[in-house]
Design a protein. Structure first.
Length: 458
């Protein structure tokens, strides 16, 4: 590790608490002895934010109608304003949703498609979103096209392949209506050149839908500069906000396209008719707000207390040192930690030649497991070769929890098993060294065939 990297991992909060184990013990809610190496899947939040969320929940139970009808909308506006400051965009372009998948669904289910209009997406799209695309092509005239590849690829190639694909469809008489792409891919955890893809969309006249599930609190975002057509990002992954909270950004020019929430609720305005609401104008569908904002203000009865925690989470992060300090620490830990794990396992980190994939808080290390050996064990146990990748992955995940007090997010990708590691403020290099030791033990157990019920624990 370079002296610069070492310095970037020696970070203290404004209150003098060191990032890593000390911060984990003081601020977070993890069980004693549990090491959360997989922040990227579900995130977590500190005790301070937990207490704030419970205060909102208590207020809702103390005076349900008073809080839900009249106090909640004001608090929601405060949360929208806080996000507007973080993302540098007017608050009237922002509403809250429970998660990024709901955002992608909201966009695709609101758009009207005609024959020969295409949805373009990339090989590493989140699985639920790819199934959403499939549903849309089954129920509307829309068609889809998928840009296929296996990482590592270069950003330049990805941009050129986007242009080539759009041109190919246009040459066949079709039109790409919308393209869906990530800020940071979920599996494997790599950064996409979303800024350049957004520019390419504008050049081609293609609507852009950025799935920033791993966006807010993870990578630098300035929505006024980026100016996407649609952007959704989970706040519960990297912004230390309770689950499930996501921000949905739609610029003014496109808000008329988003006519319905998911599910359709009080804010919807039917064409050619007027359905009276039993609620006061100041509750649920405030006529003084824009149609877009009031449409998403109340979408059925669920516990929306997590939405209201955004200001508290941002205030807590500011006490840690602010967005830049948090991001720099997490990025550095993810990348330096991956090197430590790869060295211990005698394998490699997933990266392209220009080093752009790892410019984020996630990293991926190949595991030293022989596919041929795993298939031999599978054959003896009557397991088909096609099932080996997923079976080994699932066994490793459960074993890491049951036997080692952690969870390793693994995947079978490009003909090999990989582990995805997360950098986070409550982790430190000692935790990455622990990860390396655990992974080494688990991989030996896989090689011995224990995952099919044979061998003994090491």
């Amino acid at each position: 590790m370079t002296s610069q990297s070492l310095k970037e991992l020696e970070v203290w909060t404004k209150d003098g608490v060191r990032f890593g184990k000390e911060l984990r013990k003081k601020e977070f809610l993890f069980a004693e002895g549990y090491v959360n190496l997989n922040h990227g899947s579900f995130g977590t939040y500190p005790k301070f934010v937990r207490d704030k969320m419970r205060s909102f929940q208590d207020a809702a139970e103390a005076r349900p109608d008073s809080f839900i009808r009249y106090e909640y909308p004001k608090l929601l506006d405060e949360a929208r304003e806080a996000m507007a400051g973080l993302l540098n965009t007017p608050s009237e372009t922002l509403v809250f949703l429970p998660n990024a998948t709901t955002g992608v669904n909201t966009v695709l289910r609101n758009l009207l498609f005609t024959p020969n209009e295409y949805i373009l997406y990339f090989a590493t799209i989140y699985g639920a979103c790819e199934k959403t695309v499939s549903y849309i092509t089954e129920t509307t005239p829309a068609k889809s096209v998928k840009i296929a590849y296996t990482y590592p690829v270069e950003d330049d190639w990805l941009i050129s392949e986007f242009h080539r694909t759009v041109e190919s469809i246009e040459n066949q008489g079709g039109t790409v209506k919308i393209a869906i792409f990530d800020t940071v891919v979920s599996m494997p955890g790599v950064r996409m050149p979303f800024e350049r893809l957004l520019t390419a969309c504008k050049e081609r006249g293609v609507l852009s839908c950025i799935d920033g599930a791993h966006g807010v609190g993870h990578v630098e975002l300035d929505l006024s500069t980026l100016d996407p057509d649609f952007f959704v990002s989970n706040c519960h992954k990297w912004l230390h906000v309770p689950r499930g909270t996501a921000i949905f950004h739609v610029p003014l020019r496109n808000q008329a396209l988003m006519r319905s929430t998911l599910p359709t609720s009080h804010g919807f305005a039917p064409q050619g008719s007027n359905i009276a609401s039993p609620f006061p104008k100041s509750a649920f569908a405030n006529a003084q707000k824009s149609a877009f904002v009031r449409n998403f203000e109340f979408v059925g009865t669920i516990d929306n207390a997590p939405f209201l925690c955004v200001p508290a989470a941002l205030a807590w992060r500011e006490k840690l040192g602010g967005e830049d300090a948090i991001r720099q620490y997490c990025w550095t830990l993810a990348q330096e930690g991956a090197k430590v794990v790869a060295k211990q396992l005698e394998t490699e980190v997933l990266e392209n030649e220009t080093g752009t994939l790892g410019r984020c808080c996630l990293s991926n290390v190949r595991l030293p497991i022989s596919v041929a050996t795993a298939q031999q064990h599978a054959a003896k146990a009557g397991i088909d070769d096609a099932e080996v990748g997923g079976a080994v992955r699932d066994w490793m995940s459960k074993t890491s929890i049951d036997d080692y007090g952690t969870f390793v997010q693994s995947l079978f990708y490009g003909g090999a098993w990989w582990v995805r590691l997360s950098g986070q403020v409550y982790l430190e290099m000692a935790d990455m060294e622990f990860a390396a030791q655990v992974l080494q033990k688990i991989c030996k157990r896989v090689e011995s065939g224990e995952w099919v019920g044979k061998g003994s624990k090491l």
